[in-house]
Design a protein around this ligand. Structure first.
Ligand code: SF4
Length: 421
């Protein structure tokens, strides 16, 4: 029997974003199309609530993690303003169910906090657009932007790459922190799960530093000094391919949970068809001893990994160099690198380069673009590049949408824009 328990529950009816059984259609001969969207979404939310309860019961109940009178912080994944159906952000109904369980367990206060990676949009707007804010307010939870406010400097003894790291003080002051990542791939860290989700607890300056010095090592170091009480992975709809924001949604209908973040990440990565010990930040955490040293030490409760697993498509691992297209990266974070790579691959898919072998596109991204650089047909992409754009072609955003970026490039080449690029 493994030392670290992880509970896994799959609801196959939730895989395609549909409820198991609509309350109004149950037992009636109504055609499904007669069920209103509101009714369907209500039934869907009820299914999620019962699935969350099952997962937590397998672990011994929420009362094992939340004691009467404690203050609880929920930390969802709010990478950007994308709907949960895209497999990018935490499902609001799952968050709501966890808040309800924490309150039932006697929590004195339950709040919701994250520091989005889309820093130019801002956490509060992302919370509104992802419908997290509505659910939180309904249950009296305060919304916290973890990108701002007092930070605590934590020393990392014998860190791989960090000597210290700043973490939002709120994350250290709550009695219980519940980490709620989404099951998805990431083109820098391969997977983005519980360990990676904690990057939302550090300020933007640290987020950039992580990308400058090496995200995998920095994430492993962060997890040595900052641990949460419980990790619940939202795999209702995950995403594969060029994550964390531009992947393809994958209906899985799975929720998994456990006390040890590394154990949960190892189980989640296995469900996605990865070998956990081959994922760099997971391997480092295994070596650092923050949890299991092998998947054999993880005990799965509920549905087996084999039963629920599916091979996720990997994220594009590196910046493409396609001859006619070039990305000049000067310290950009994953948002702009991913956006630039996706933009080029979309242009390629629509035959933009094949149509005219003379066409050249150069994309310039990052926070440290040299002043005197000159790039033929250069598109400066991302708000961090704005200061260096100096009247040249600039694509705004943090990160910009690949659709906007591809269309901007098409416009400059006097080619009709396409909503499908
Ligand atoms: S590099 Fe791009 S995505 Fe990253 S913070 Fe700057 S503008 Fe935003």
């Amino acid at each position: 029997m493994g030392k670290y328990q992880v509970a896994v529950v799959q609801n196959k009816a939730l895989q395609q974003g549909k409820p198991e059984e609509s309350a109004s259609s149950a037992g009636k001969a109504e055609a499904p199309e007669k069920v209103s969207a509101q009714e369907a979404s209500g039934a869907f939310d009820r299914n999620i609530r019962s699935q969350v309860r099952q997962v937590m019961e397998l672990l011994g109940g929420m009362g094992r993690f939340v004691k009467p009178g404690q203050r609880v912080l929920m930390k969802p994944n709010l990478t950007g303003p994308a709907a949960w159906e895209k497999g990018v952000t935490t499902n609001p109904a799952l968050l709501e169910a966890l808040i309800e369980l924490a309150l039932e367990a006697g929590a004195a206060k339950v709040d919701v906090g994250d520091g989005t990676g889309s820093i130019h949009i801002g956490t509060r707007k992302v919370m509104e657009r992802c419908k997290i804010a509505d659910k939180a307010r309904r249950l009296g939870a305060e919304l916290l932007d973890l990108n701002v406010g007092p930070m605590e400097l934590l020393k990392v003894e014998n860190g791989r790459i960090l000597e210290s790291v700043k973490v939002n003080r709120a994350c250290l002051e709550y009695d219980v922190v519940i980490n709620i990542p989404v099951l998805k791939t990431h083109f820098i860290t391969e997977v983005s799960l519980g360990m990676k989700n904690l990057k939302g607890c550090i300020p933007p300056v640290e987020k950039r530093r992580f990308h400058d010095i090496g995200v995998n090592q920095a994430v492993a170091d962060l997890n040595r000094v900052f641990q949460t009480s419980l990790t619940v992975v939202d795999g209702i709809i995950g995403s594969e391919g060029l994550g964390p924001k531009e992947g393809k949604p994958v209906g899985m209908g799975v929720i998994l949970a456990g006390e040890n973040v590394l154990a949960v990440d190892m189980a989640a990565a296995s469900i996605m068809g990865f070998e956990p010990e081959k994922i760099e930040h997971i391997r480092m955490a295994m070596e650092d001893g923050i949890g299991p040293s092998g998947i054999g030490e993880v005990e799965i409760l509920g549905d087996s990994i084999e039963k629920v697993s599916r091979s996720f498509q990997r994220a594009v691992p590196s910046i493409p160099d396609k001859g006619q297209a070039k990305i000049h990266n000067f310290g950009a974070c994953s948002g702009c690198i991913g956006c630039a790579a996706i933009t080029i691959s979309r242009l390629e898919d629509m035959g933009f380069f094949a149509e005219d072998p003379e066409r050249r596109v150069e994309i310039v991204i990052g926070t440290r673009i040299p002043k005197d650089g000159s790039w033929r047909n250069g598109f400066f992409m991302g708000n961090c590049a704005q200061a260096r754009a100096e009247g040249r072609r600039f694509i705004r955003g943090c990160a910009p949408s690949a659709l906007d970026a591809a269309n901007e490039i098409l416009r400059c080449f006097q080619i009709e824009e396409s909503p499908d690029v």
